[in-house]
Design a protein around this ligand. Structure first.
Ligand SMILES: Cc1cc2nc3c(=O)[nH]c(=O)nc-3n(C[C@H](O)[C@H](O)[C@H](O)COP(=O)(O)OP(=O)(O)OC[C@H]3O[C@@H](n4cnc5c(N)ncnc54)[C@H](O)[C@@H]3O)c2cc1C
Length: 381
């Protein structure tokens, strides 16, 4: 089924991104998986081409086009080739919206230009060793001092772009006596005294993605680095999470399509009992079912993208996209490994990597169980 949400301009941008990914990402991704990091130069090359911060106004160095379809294209082109280590979607889809919505004029002038050029890499730190789903229970504190600055103490874990990040939005309690109302967002910068990074975490997949623990010990964060209003952090998170979740759903459906295409090609070429394995009825039915679900999922993802562009994407729509599309990805990669037989278990085959890289998508950005809680609540049950 044809997709109909992109114009010629989008397709031109897609060609640019696809060429960048083919030239600058694909030949090196294996090496980055061994290193556990993507080099910073990739970020500045992407920035120079205009692949970062497409929706940031041009006066701050961005692309100046508030159209989520450009974010979708970057995410899709990376997901298509399994470039799970490249943290642009987090930077573009997750971090930028906080700055667009809540940064002061001075903060925008200070931070957007290097974010758009790729000189500054960003991260967001919500999760703590003791709490992830239940964000309101976080224990990191940022206590206001007499001079207006904040004294930040606590630890965060599983932070994407954690080792390389130059700016980290840290969620902390400015009023530890309150739950939701006590959370604020503080921008912590590389080099601030007391800000330490822990080990690069040893994940089962997404080996090129830099995921780290962060520690804050008496870090003095100037009042100028408060993002938005004190105590409004929880509301800001709830406002921004639907875009993050839609982005995860979009990466999932693009990854599912790529895994399906690789599996289909394999099923046509591999023979058993004198015939292509795809011609066995079980394989054909499996492929037919996955193809149908991917087609339906893509239409839903595209509709969500357009609703989001119109400011109409509801919290439950985004939750549906996140859980259903990441679950579908899990189903596709699992069937893909099975249809590849023993080769599906070998890392040299893209389906094997897709299998391990996919697993976390049902966990981060809010687990799929939490997504169902959100949807269930809207049903009045
Ligand atoms: C690779 C990776 C990258 C990540 N990147 C980031 C990042 O950049 N920034 C960041 O802040 N975090 C990040 N995370 C953290 C991620 O968002 C959390 O791991 C996730 O939200 C789950 O939190 P948790 O691990 O504490 O699990 P828990 O909250 O302890 O959940 C454990 C289990 O209990 C279930 N559960 C919990 N509460 C409920 C409930 N009310 N109803 C039903 N079931 C429930 C969960 O669904 C899950 O199955 C990342 C994680 C990984 C693995």
């Amino acid at each position: 089924m044809q997709r109909d949400i992109f114009t010629e301009e989008h397709e031109g941008f897609r060609d640019l991104v696809a060429r960048f990914v083919a030239d600058e990402v694909v030949p090196h991704h294996d090496e980055w998986e061994r290193d556990g990091l993507v080099p910073r130069e990739l970020w500045t090359k992407a920035g120079a081409l205009g692949l970062l911060c497409t929706d940031v106004p041009t006066e701050y160095g961005g692309g100046g086009v508030a159209d989520f379809r450009y974010n979708v294209i970057v995410t899709e082109e990376l997901a298509k080739v399994g470039a799970s280590g490249v943290g642009f979607p987090l930077h573009n889809d997750v971090i930028v919206p906080y700055f667009l919505a809540h940064a002061t004029e001075e903060q925008k002038r200070r931070w957007f230009p290097p974010m758009a050029s790729g000189e500054v890499i960003t991260a967001i730190a919500m999760t703590e060793p003791g709490t992830g789903s239940d964000l309101a229970s976080m224990s990191t504190t940022a206590i206001r001092q007499d001079d207006g600055s904040y004294l930040l103490n606590g630890a965060k874990t599983f932070i994407t772009n954690g080792i390389q990040a130059d700016l980290v939005i840290v969620c902390a309690k400015t009023d530890p006596t309150s739950t939701h109302g006590g959370i604020s967002l503080l921008v912590v910068e590389r080099g601030m005294e007391g800000f330490e990074r822990g080990r690069k975490l040893d994940k089962i997949g997404m080996h090129a993605q830099d995921t780290a623990e962060l520690f804050f010990t008496d870090v003095r964060v100037p009042a100028d680095n408060l993002l938005g209003q004190e105590g409004h952090g929880f509301v800001y998170l709830m406002q921004a999470l639907p875009q993050e979740r839609l982005g995860i759903g979009i990466a999932a459906i693009a990854g599912a399509k790529a895994a399906f295409d690789a599996t289909l090609a394999y099923c046509k070429e591999r023979e058993a009992f004198g015939r292509p394995i795809g011609s066995f009825q079980h394989s054909r039915f499996t492929l037919a079912e996955l193809h149908t679900k991917i087609t339906i999922g893509q239409q839903f993802a595209d509709r969500c993208t357009m609703l989001h562009n119109e400011g109409q994407l509801s919290v439950e729509d985004a939750a549906m996209a996140k859980w259903w599309l990441t679950d579908l990805l899990g189903e596709v990669v699992d069937a893909g490994v099975q249809l590849h037989g023993g080769y599906g278990y070998m890392r040299e085959y893209p389906i094997a990597r897709a299998y391990v890289d996919a697993r976390v998508q049902r966990i981060y950005g809010g687990t799929n169980e939490i997504m169902k809680e959100i949807i269930g609540r809207t049903l009045g049950v």
